[in-house]
Design a protein around this ligand. Sequence first.
Ligand SMILES: Cc1cc2nc3c(=O)[nH]c(=O)nc-3n(C[C@H](O)[C@H](O)[C@H](O)COP(=O)(O)OP(=O)(O)OC[C@H]3O[C@@H](n4cnc5c(N)ncnc54)[C@H](O)[C@@H]3O)c2cc1C
Length: 417
Amino acid sequence: MVRAIREGRSTAFFDRGIVAQFDIIIIGAGIVGLATAWRLRHERPALRIAVIEKEAEPGLHQTGHNSGVIHAGIYYAPGSLKARLCKAGAEQTKRFCEEHSIPFDTCGKLIVATDQAELPALDNLRKRSEQNGLDIRMIEAAELRELEPNVSGLRAILSPASGIVSYGQICRKLRDLLAAEGVVFYFNASVTGLKEAAEQVTVETSQGSHSARLTVACAGLQADRIAAMSGLADDFRIIPFRGEYFRLADRAGNLVRHLIYPVPDPSLPFLGVHLTKMIGGYTTVGPNAVFSFGRETYRGNGIVLSDTARSFSFPGFWKLMARSIRPGIHELRGTLSRKVYLERCRRYCPELRLDDLQPYAPGVRAQAVGRNGRMIDDFLIRQTARTVHICNAPSPAATSAFPIGAEIAGRVLEKMA
Ligand SMILES: Cc1cc2nc3c(=O)[nH]c(=O)nc-3n(C[C@H](O)[C@H](O)[C@H](O)COP(=O)(O)OP(=O)(O)OC[C@H]3O[C@@H](n4cnc5c(N)ncnc54)[C@H](O)[C@@H]3O)c2cc1C
C-alpha cells in the first residue's frame, strides 16, 4: 500500500465499494490535515485513522502554491491563535525537518520601511513582535545597507528566526511516514456529503462511503462547502484571493540574502509583495492579492462559474468589495501591468529590472469572510458533536500546522473520552 501511495495510485483501489469503518476520518491532505493525522497517530497509536483527499497527491493546493516562508509570528494580534500557534509552529516545523532530513534555511527576514509615512506602522509591528515574545530588532539604514547592499530603506525590522522550507516536501514526508504507520489514504476521492448520527459520521465520497466515530475537515479552499455539510457555514464564506508571483531571472537571483518584505497595509491581512528565497535555490517576488474567479485554478483566466457564483451570492462578498475599492484597484493595477508590479518592488530593491520578472505559478488563498463583509483574521475552528472543521486557515497556517494539528487533535480526543 505504501508503494501505491508513493506512485500516486489511489489506495481506495483496495477498498472500492466497501464501506470502511474508522475511528477518525480526516478530509484533506494539505499540511493542516496531515499534521492533524500526525498528532492523533502519536497521541493514540491504536486509533484507526483515514485521510481522504480528492487529488492524487498531498499538498497540491495552498500548501503547494505558497511562498514557503517559516514565519516567526510578527504580524499577529497578541493572544490570537495565529500569534500563539505560529511561534510554536515555526519551532516545530524546523524540528520536524531536522528529524526527517528535510532541507530548510533560517535565512532571516527584513521588513523594510521605505518612506517616513511607514515608520509608525513599522514601530507598531516592533511592539507587536515584542508582545508576542519574539526575538527581533530594529535596524537603521546604515546597518540595512551592510546586511543587504541591494536593498534601500530608512529603517527595518530584522527577524533572524524567519526561514524557508518546502511545505509540499513536508507533506510528502508526512504521507509516507503515516502510511507506513498504518494510516489509510484514499486519494482521488472527493467528499460529497457528511451524515452525522448519534454514534458515527458517514463520509460520502466519489469512491464510496466510509464511516467514523469522528470526522475532521481540513479542506482549505473548500472549507465552507464541507462545513456547510455539517450546517456550520451560514455566516461565513471562503472568498478566494489569487496571489501572483514572478520568479527572478538568474541574474537577479542572488540580489538579496534575507527575505525582504515591505511594511504591510494594516487594513489587509496580506503581507505585501515580497522577495522570497526559495528552497530550490531561486528567488520569487510576490504574491499580490486579487479576487479569484476560481478557487483551485492556476492557469489561464481561472474562471470557474460555480466558484464565482458562490462568492457573488454571498452578501458579505459585496460588502467586502465596497470597502476594499482602493486596495482592490491598487492590486489590480499590479496584475494588469508588469511595470506597475516592478515599480512596487523597486521601492525597496531598486536593482530589479523588468526582464528579471519571469513567469511563475500563482497560488490561491482561502480567506473566510463574514456576512458583515469583514475578513475573519484569526484561525477559525468549529465543531458539532462528531465533527471538527477548520474553517479559516490562511497564512501562517503552513508554519503553524503542527500546533494547529495538536489543537484539533485535543478537541477530537476530548470528544472521544
Ligand atoms: C500564495 C500563498 C502564499 C502563502 N505563503 C505562506 C507562507 O509563506 N507561509 C505560511 O505559513 N503560509 C503561507 N500561506 C498559507 C498556507 O499555504 C495555508 O495556510 C496552508 O497551506 C493551509 O493548509 P490546508 O491544509 O488548510 O489547506 P490546503 O493546502 O489547501 O489543503 C486542503 C486539502 O483539502 C482537499 N480537499 C478540499 N475539498 C475536498 C473534498 N471535497 N474532498 C477531499 N479533499 C478535499 C484539497 O484537495 C487540499 O488538498 C500562503 C498561501 C498562499 C495561497
